[in-house]
Write a protein that binds this ligand. Structure first.
Ligand code: ADP
Ligand code: ADP
Ligand code: ZN
Length: 212
């Protein structure tokens, strides 16, 4: 099963991809995570992209395509994968089949812009196990501590109001056109990303099971 998850920053892609990856036993691939790995290890590539990521602009197609091509070669992708936040523009969408093969379904998680800044600024993540939280909508039991593994939670540098606003405008300008691209191919499935997180997971799983 090869899936694509698209949606504005903060739509809940990472949160839901984690659930879907477990349910369908497929790999969860976030190009944002792959890029952050490069910046945190301060590789040559990481140093080159750090400013772009902090500004909320897109990293070049060539860089993300190379990272993706290497990632899908790993064993955990044999049964399939879910791409979280990829493709981010029409060019990436057009090139995708030549890198990973044909995609079966594209899920758009839609959330209106008004809700996005609050979601992003309140986002916290676990650097050890990847669990995602929100200070108001999905708080950990103990303030600032991961409920799964006990690690101290962190806030991403690009989750500040200014960068989030730019990421949102980049989304509308560059990424939103892929919605029509996939609609025209008959691959698009749209679900609302507003409401209870578990309820949205259920709807997603039902829709995808039905589409199999
Ligand atoms: P994305 O990967 O699309 O940027 P995330 O999954 O990281 O989004 O979610 C962004 C923030 O919003 C996180 O803090 C997450 O806990 C929170 N969140 C996710 N889904 C919901 C929801 N349905 N309602 C409220 N907050 C949510
Ligand atoms: P979110 O899910 O919260 O929108 P991501 O973690 O997916 O954020 O992405 C963080 C940053 O990584 C983006 O703002 C962008 O700079 C870069 N990035 C991630 N995926 C891509 C991609 N497919 N193409 C270009 N840049 C990307
Ligand atoms: Zn953790």
């Amino acid at each position: 099963m090869k899936l694509v998850l698209i949606g504005s920053p903060g739509a809940g892609k990472g949160t839901q991809a984690k659930v879907l990856s477990k349910h369908f036993d497929i790999a969860h691939i976030s190009t944002g995570d792959l890029l952050r790995e490069e910046t945190s290890q301060k590789t040559e590539l990481g140093l080159k992209i750090i400013d772009i990521m902090n500004s909320g602009e897109l990293v070049s197609d060539e860089i993300v395509e190379t990272l993706l091509a290497n990632r899908v070669k790993r064993d955990d992708c044999k049964k399939g994968f879910i791409l979280d936040g990829y493709p981010r523009n029409v060019k990436q969408a057009e090139n995708l089949p030549s890198i990973v093969g044909e995609i079966e379904k594209v899920v758009l998680i839609s959330v209106e812009d008004d809700l996005i800044v609050e979601r992003m600024v309140g986002r916290r993540g676990c650097p050890k196990c990847g669990q995602m939280y929100h200070i108001k909508y999905n708080p950990p039991k103990e303030d600032g501590v991961c409920g799964v593994c006990g690690e101290a939670l962190v806030q991403r540098k690009d989750d500040n109001e200014e960068t989030v606003k730019n990421r949102l405008s980049v989304y509308h300008k560059s990424t939103a056109p892929i919605i029509d691209y996939y609609k025209n191919k008959g691959l698009l499935l749209e679900i609302s990303g507003v409401g209870d997180i578990d309820e949205i997971s259920k709807q997603l799983i039902d829709a995808l099971e039905g589409a199999r």
